[in-house]
Write a protein that binds this ligand. Structure first.
Ligand SMILES: [Fe+2]
Length: 138
């Protein structure tokens, strides 16, 4: 069973960002499977690194897009991203290959992020930008 799954209700109406979110879900699921199969640090560490690196890449791409769109709540959104990155960093420092338990904690955290941040924050910019666009279309 997959841990997190993307569906159309999470679409922000931007193909690139939707694809990045899908890729993030894939990586979160990869971490889930690695933990489920009881893999040790040799498997877990590269999965964690790949995931964390991708989160950073995605956040900066998303921020660049919002900047281009002059999104009014950009700063607040950036702060949210920063908060996530800091929390992930704290996990990684604690984790440091010592125990899969913390990797599981990170999985819970990211799974929650995937559902809540996209639903609560990303969909907010999506509706706001689309509203703007339809206003200028008139
Ligand atoms: Fe975001």
């Amino acid at each position: 069973m997959t841990y997190v799954s993307w569906d159309n209700s999470l679409s922000v109406n931007n193909k690139d960002i939707d694809n990045q979110h899908k890729k993030l879900f894939e990586l979160i699921n990869k971490l889930h499977y690695s933990l489920k199969d009881g893999h040790g640090d040799t498997v877990l560490k590269p999965v964690l690194i790949e995931l964390v690196e991708y989160v950073k890449v995605h956040f900066s791409k998303e921020e660049k897009y919002l900047e281009e769109q002059s999104y009014s709540e950009l700063e607040k959104h950036k702060q949210e991203h920063k908060k996530y990155i800091n929390e992930i960093k704290t996990f990684l420092i604690k984790y440091n290959g010592k125990t899969p338990l913390l990797a599981r904690e990170l999985l819970l955290f990211l799974g929650k992020w995937a559902r809540e941040h996209i639903k609560d924050e990303d969909l907010k910019y999506s509706s706001s930008l689309n509203e703007q666009r339809s206003n200028t279309d008139m």
